[in-house]
Design a protein around this ligand. Structure first.
Ligand code: GZL
Length: 373
């Protein structure tokens, strides 16, 4: 189902200073401490959150040091330069908007389009990949001339890529990448560093367990890089920093609350004294809390670390159920439209733009709760 959002050109569209999103050389910088293989301490968490700046729906801080890849411009891509405010933009959302990550992500796109006076049409594939392919084809047949896609899976996009290329329709991917060739199949990927999120979750798990114990992983949905990257970053850091921690269970909860709850119910049957649970998103972590509570566990009995940064999960830190949450920032609207506008104006745009993610734990959850979504 395609929704139509038309807005009058706001003054903001003309007065906005345009930052060219050039990929800078990924030299070491404060925000990529963990990338150099060393664990993050509390002051690194505080420094990272401070650098994330004001993130309630405002323009996201680009983690320039983590952003890499080549640059791309309209000429390289074989597309005539354009003024974005003259174009109809199509946005394809992947998962059902029951997850606050998806609700916030879609709202960020809609808000930025309205702010810039850009005509927007949107679709939601309700977590069905074949539906998302036909959604994007429908957006193009409804006249979308620029596409912003939050892909459910990273592979299987060839029919859409071919159709978009034939129609000189630039694609910007947010949230998860589409496997293809930058500046041919898509202009840029804008998202988090999911491997880094896994490393940061491991640092938090090591901290809460004191480096000792048995840990279960609630894996995300299969078939996309978020799950594989959040797993590889976590395992890499645990192996490097905490030989006393053993991973004794890994099962997918499909990134949903119901999935997290049912997998955790199975887990505590087989491992009643599990020390820690790494849930690869907040929704599964919240489901895990429901299961643990139902099994008579108390807050803090199990060290839970999750990824996303939703209000319910950060509130669970305040309540003592969850130990830490690594943010996965969904507010891609400002960066996506800034990249699309710069690309249309013929400017160079980085082909991999990494967004800065906050971190929440017992030391800062109450104070930083307003940044949660
Ligand atoms: C991350 C995004 C993930 C979120 C989950 O960019 O793709 O998918 O972390 C969501 O909440 O299901």
């Amino acid at each position: 189902m395609i929704e139509h959002h038309t807005h009058h050109t706001g003054a903001g569209a003309l007065s906005r200073p345009r930052r060219v999103l050039l990929a800078t050389a990924a030299v070491g910088a404060a925000l990529t401490l963990a990338a150099t293989g060393c664990a993050r301490g509390e002051d690194d968490v505080a420094a990272g959150n401070a650098a994330a700046g004001d993130t309630e729906g405002q323009a996201q801080v680009l983690d320039e040091a983590a952003s890499g890849g080549e640059t791309c411009n309209a000429q390289d891509h074989g597309i005539e330069p354009f003024d974005l405010t003259d174009k109809k933009v199509g946005f394809s959302q992947s998962e059902a908007e029951s997850n606050p990550f998806r609700i916030t992500e879609t709202q960020s796109i809609k808000d930025e389009a309205a702010d810039r006076g850009v005509e927007l049409i949107t679709s939601n594939a309700q977590s069905d990949f074949s539906q998302q392919i036909s959604d994007v084809q429908d957006l193009m047949s409804q006249g979308a001339e620029v596409l912003i896609i939050a892909p459910l899976n990273s592979d299987g996009w060839k029919p859409v890529l071919d159709q978009a290329r034939a129609g000189a329709i630039p694609i910007l991917t947010i949230d998860r990448p589409i496997n293809g060739t930058a500046c041919e199949d898509y202009v840029t990927f804008i998202g988090s560093d999911f491997v880094e999120q896994g490393r940061r979750a491991a640092d938090q798990m090591i901290d809460v367990l004191g480096g000792e114990g048995e840990v279960a992983i609630l894996l995300g949905a299969p078939g996309n890089n978020v799950t594989t990257d959040r797993t590889s970053g976590f395992l890499e850091r645990i192996e490097a920093e905490a030989p006393g921690i053993e991973i004794v269970f890994q099962q997918s909860g499909d990134f949903t609350r119901e999935g997290g709850q049912s997998v955790t119910e199975q887990l505590i049957q087989s491992q009643p004294d599990i020390s820690g649970i790494y849930a690869q998103n907040d929704e599964m972590g919240i489901g895990a809390v429901t299961a643990l509570n139902g099994a008579g566990k108390a807050p803090g009995d199990v060290g839970i670390v999750t990824v996303d940064g939703t209000q319910a999960a950060v509130e669970y830190i305040v309540d003592g159920w969850i130990a830490a949450v690594v943010e996965s920032n969904p507010r891609f609207g400002p960066l996506a439209f800034e990249a699309a506008a710069a690309f249309g104006a013929g400017e160079d745009v980085g082909t991999q733009l990494i967004i800065t993610d906050r971190e929440y734990d017992a030391d800062n959850a109450e104070e930083e709760l307003p940044h949660a979504y």
